[in-house]
Write a protein that binds this ligand. Structure first.
Ligand SMILES: Nc1ncnc2c1ncn2[C@@H]1O[C@H](COP(=O)(O)OP(=O)(O)O)[C@@H](O)[C@H]1O
Ligand SMILES: [Mg+2]
Length: 203
């Protein structure tokens, strides 16, 4: 018998394609990617403009990034998955533990004051913390899709808050980001990601 999770998985894509079901009923994946790109660009502007001394980078903020960026396109925007997911040989956090694992990550982040006071500390220290938390969220992979983009946007807002430019990932190939992610998910090792962030972090 098909499980609830399998059914959810299957109904995610337009039948027989790898195009996610979407509110605009777009079936062409290139057009959909273009729209996702535009929505992300708009969201970067909106969330950047909204940054203030009161901004708290808590779990609600993170979920809101996903929801507000993509809710015009996807029903599941801003909602955590409760089914298991893998990419390649990497198995992300089990669906049943996404909520509790996320809470733990954001509780830890709260103890670090949501990384809100790194403006005057060393860049190396900041990159280490950013990589640690980014690694944790990569391994969590809490949404069905668009995790990479939303995770990077979250940390771009954190670094902006601290007076830095958005993290520049253009010095690496996409495959190197995946390699660093594999280290995070399979080996809980964030050293590769830390190097990437350190090189891309500038005032
Ligand atoms: N083989 C893998 N092992 C571990 N993590 C991976 C692997 N492939 C991709 N990832 C992680 O998943 C992210 C992509 O997730 P996804 O939900 O598709 O987001 P997006 O569509 O924004 O790229 C990547 O940015 C990377 O961090
Ligand atoms: Mg994707």
């Amino acid at each position: 018998m098909a499980s609830k999770y399998q059914l959810q998985d299957n109904s995610f894509y337009i039948y027989g394609t790898d195009v996610p079901v979407n509110k605009l009923e777009i079936q062409d994946s290139e057009i959909l990617h273009e729209i996702e790109k535009e929505l992300l660009e708009e969201a970067y502007e909106i969330f950047f403009d909204e940054l203030s001394n009161d901004t708290i980078f808590d779990e609600n903020y993170f979920m809101d990034l996903h929801r507000r960026t993509f809710e015009s396109l996807y029903d599941w925007a801003g909602k955590y998955r409760d089914f298991n997911m893998a990419k390649g040989d990497s198995r992300f956090c089990q669906g049943a533990f996404v909520k509790s694992s996320s809470k733990k990550i954001f509780d830890d982040l709260q103890h670090d004051n949501y990384l809100r006071d790194f403006e005057t500390k060393s860049k190396e220290e900041f990159a280490k913390k950013l990589a640690y938390y980014q690694c944790e969220i990569i391994a969590l992979h809490p949404f069905h899709e668009l995790n990479g983009r939303i995770t990077r946007m979250f940390f771009d807002m954190v670094v902006s808050f601290n007076g830095y430019k958005f993290i520049d990932y253009s010095h690496i190939k996409p495959a190197q980001y995946i390699e660093a992610s594999i280290e995070c998910v399979q080996f809980a090792n964030c050293t590769k990601l830390e190097q990437i962030i350190l090189h891309g972090l500038n005032k």
